[in-house]
Structures are given as structure tokens and as C-alpha cells.
Design a protein around this ligand. Structure first.
Ligand code: DC
Length: 223
């Protein structure tokens, strides 16, 4: 079996940065599963569909072809043949993604895409339900967290770097709303798998956090 490393946790805990760095060190693929939910959210927004309307969103699914491609080592999601790029990274699409991700039909729709990529490649996969639902037999499961303030600050700086205007207070409020929705939904809630190892990134630099997780991986894989 290919190596499977699941990194779950709330937004802004550093999952993508850390998972990406870890995948590079291990020479395996980094898979950002949130980008798939963001792509479905983007399509709902483009169609003017309320992302909380489960029936209306489910009706859109047959029109969506979401494909993960790797270009120069980085992941790009293609929506019906077009790269989604930064269009899926706006605060508005974050909310759309969170809303559509609570719809069972959406989760079922994206399940195979995620499992297929892990069947064909060694992966570090980041998301909310990787260790609980998508890859329950992953070799290593990490649940990455950080304090709310710390996560909001990171997200704020990330958005500012992308030229997206917002305030720290707004980011913190949006983040809490989204975390609450993600962790209290009925289907595949964003919770730690019982066998996940918790890592708190609040007081760690990226390098320290990667090293800590690398040590856990090395021990688990017996390397
Ligand atoms: O990781 P992210 O912020 O890009 O994810 C966007 C939304 O998608 C998030 O609010 C919850 C949802 N999501 C999910 O339900 N399951 C995943 N595996 C990944 C993301």
C-alpha cells in the first residue's frame, strides 16, 4: 500500500503549509481536499444557487467535473476543464465551501476523487475527515490545531498577501462561524479520529511543526 498521511484540523492551523512541506520532504503527493469543496462552492456561487439548499446543490453535481492536476509540483483544481486558481480562495467561497460540505450528496460526490488519488500515490492529505472517513486506515493521522487568535492572524495575513481586503476581527468571526458549522454538522464532522495524534502549532514555527510531525511519521513508519 502507498503511504497515507492524514492531516486534519480547523482552518488556519497550518495544515496546508505543513502538509505541503512534509510531502516534499517525503517525496510524496500533497493533496488539499478543501480545494474540492471550494470548487463545488464556487460552482454554486457561479450558478446563483444558495449553498445551504441541499436539493438545489445536489442538482448541480452532475454538471460538475472537478479534477485534481499537478503542475510543477503544485495542486490545481480544474472545474469543467478550467483552472480554478485563486477564485476558490476568497472569504465568500470559504463560506460557500463550508455550507456545501455539510451536504451528504456533495461528500459522496467527492469521496472517490480523494480515495482514487490515495490509491495511486503516496499522499499527505489535508482536510477535516481524512482520518475518520476518507482514509480510515492511514499510516499516520495528525490532528493539527492552534488557538483561535493565532489561526485568525495567519489567515488574515494570507488573505492580505493575496490582496483580499478584510480585517482581523472579521476573519476571526468568519473562522469561528465556519469551524462551528464544520464541527457540528451531522455528516463527517470535523473532529479528530480516535487514533489521531494531536499537534498544537500555536507556539511552533513552521519548521518546528514539520520536524515534530516528521518525527511522528518516522516512528510510525519505523524509519
Ligand atoms: O481546508 P479549507 O479551509 O480549504 O476547506 C474549506 C471548507 O471545506 C471547510 O470549511 C470545510 C470543508 N472541508 C470538509 O468538509 N472536508 C474536507 N476534507 C476539507 C474541507
Amino acid at each position: 500500500m502507498n503511504v497515507q498521511i492524514a492531516i486534519d484540523g480547523p482552518s488556519g492551523a497550518g495544515k496546508s503549509t505543513i502538509a505541503k512541506a512534509l510531502a516534499k520532504k517525503l517525496g510524496i503527493l500533497y493533496v488539499d481536499t478543501g480545494a474540492l469543496y471550494r470548487t463545488v462552492g464556487l460552482y454554486a456561487q457561479m450558478c446563483g444557487v444558495d449553498p445551504h439548499n441541499a436539493a438545489a446543490v445536489a442538482e448541480l453535481l452532475p454538471e460538475i467535473h472537478a479534477e485534481l492536476r499537478y503542475e510543477n509540483g503544485s495542486q490545481q483544481v480544474y472545474l469543467n476543464g478550467e483552472p480554478t486558481g485563486d477564485r476558490i480562495r476568497t472569504p465568500e467561497i470559504s463560506m460557500y465551501a463550508s455550507a456545501v460540505s455539510a451536504i451528504p450528496a456533495v461528500r459522496a460526490f467527492l469521496l472517490d476523487t480523494q480515495r482514487e488519488i490515495a490509491a495511486k500515490n503516496g499522499v499527505v492529505m489535508d482536510g477535516r475527515d481524512i482520518g475518520t472517513v476518507i482514509l480510515p486506515n492511514a499510516n499516520v493521522k495528525i490532528y493539527l490545531t492552534a488557538s483561535d487568535e493565532c489561526r485568525a492572524k495567519r489567515r488574515f495575513l494570507e488573505l492580505r498577501e493575496k490582496g483580499i481586503e478584510t480585517s482581523l476581527e472579521e476573519v476571526l468571526a468568519d473562522m469561528r462561524k465556519r469551524d462551528n458549522a464544520d464541527s457540528s454538522r451531522e455528516i463527517a464532522p470535523a473532529v479528530a479520529a480516535p487514533d489521531a495524534i494531536p499537534v498544537d502549532s500555536s507556539d511552533l514555527s513552521i519548521e518546528e511543526c514539520v520536524s515534530q510531525i516528521e518525527a511522528i511519521v518516522a516512528e510510525k513508519l519505523g524509519r
